[in-house]
Design a binder for this molecule. Structure first.
Ligand SMILES: NC(=O)c1ccc[n+]([C@@H]2O[C@H](COP(=O)([O-])OP(=O)(O)OC[C@H]3O[C@@H](n4cnc5c(N)ncnc54)[C@H](OP(=O)(O)O)[C@@H]3O)[C@@H](O)[C@H]2O)c1
Length: 289
């Protein structure tokens, strides 16, 4: 399990341990070991972008006589900001964690998973299926994780390893806090014409994220759903978390792009700043161009 220091990862580590698994719980700092320490939870130092940590994890797994039942790729970083203004170095950092880190851990543990007929459970997002203004970098990394999961599922199906994707909607964790700090830094670095283009959007995102997260499920609810994806005897290829994700992902399969655009834009628009007459500023078109 990667990203077990907090949020969904910590709750899932506890839930899996409660169900009788011995959980290798990846954390990046020594100080994050202690709060997790419990019977059947073994914290391991794991930054998924650090090749040395990933190799040490693989060696730890190889030393264990028990079969590796599942790898839960949960670690993730937020990445909100307009495509134009997000620096390339940030795009790369987001992909380094949300995609390449998971590929690295998966590659390293596949020999053990193949031996044990284990399972890969990738924690994607509603944004792995739906992208919208202001969420491009994060959504791109999750779309990429979805595509990688589809390929891997088909590659490994003949070899006894199942690949499952979990798509949460809002979950009440601290993830948004880190994202909003990064968004403020991004806004501080924007040129005046970029402020004119994206200032209102940038101001809407924190309120949108806060409302989305507040309306979400708890990390414990998410953990139970992930544990189901880990343990179902005949798992589905995808599990959503929360009613919003279930509804919107289903809708995205059937609605035309322009209609989805209108839905996501009007959802964001509710959080745009307003002028003294209560009108959204600047006026945001919500009808297809
Ligand atoms: N919360 C939501 O509403 C939501 C919605 C959809 C999808 N998700 C997805 O669910 C997963 C968990 O999110 P969360 O809400 O629980 O977020 P969170 O509370 O911020 O936890 C993220 C976890 O990822 C870890 N992490 C970050 N960078 C890492 C790296 N380089 N190597 C290893 N671990 C790293 C963090 O460790 P540190 O503490 O060391 O930073 C932390 O343990 C993410 O993949 C996220 O995209 C969340």
């Amino acid at each position: 399990m990667t990203g077990a220091s907090a949020g969904i990862g910590a709750a899932t580590a506890r839930e899996l341990a409660r169900r009788g698994f011995h959980v290798l719980a990846g954390v990046r700092r020594d100080s994050d070991r202690t709060p997790l320490q419990a019977r059947d939870i073994e914290p391991v130092i794991l930054d998924i972008t650090d090749a040395g940590h990933v190799a040490a994890l693989a060696a730890r797994v190889e030393r264990d006589p028990r079969p590796l039942r599942a790898l839960v790729n949960n670690a993730g970083v937020p990445g909100a900001g307009p495509v134009e203004v997000m620096p390339l170095s940030e795009w790369r950092r987001i992909f380094e964690v949300n995609l390449f880190g998971h590929v690295a851990v998966t590659q390293a543990l596949l020999p053990a998973l193949l031996r044990g007929n284990g399972r890969v459970v990738n924690i994607s997002s509603l944004n792995g299926k739906i992208s919208m203004a202001g969420y491009g970098p994060y959504a791109a990394s999750k779309f990429a994780m979805e595509a990688t999961s589809d390929a891997l599922r088909n590659e490994l199906a003949p070899h006894g390893v199942q690949v499952v994707v979990v798509e949460p909607g809002g979950v009440q964790t601290e993830m948004s806090r880190a994202g909003l700090a990064a968004l403020t830094r991004l806004g501080d670095g924007m040129a005046p014409e970029q402020h004119a283009r994206y200032g209102a959007l940038m101001r809407a995102i924190p309120a949108h994220v806060a409302a989305f997260t507040k309306a979400g499920v708890t990390a414990d609810v998410a953990a139970r759903r992930i544990a189901k994806a880990v343990t179902d005897r005949r798992p589905r290829t995808r599990y959503t978390i929360g009613a919003t994700a279930a509804f919107l992902i289903r809708a995205s399969r059937i609605l035309p792009d322009r209609m989805l655009d209108r839905m996501t834009t009007s959802d964001l628009r509710r959080h745009y700043p307003t002028d003294d007459r209560g009108r959204t500023t600047p006026r945001v078109p919500i009808r297809g161009a």
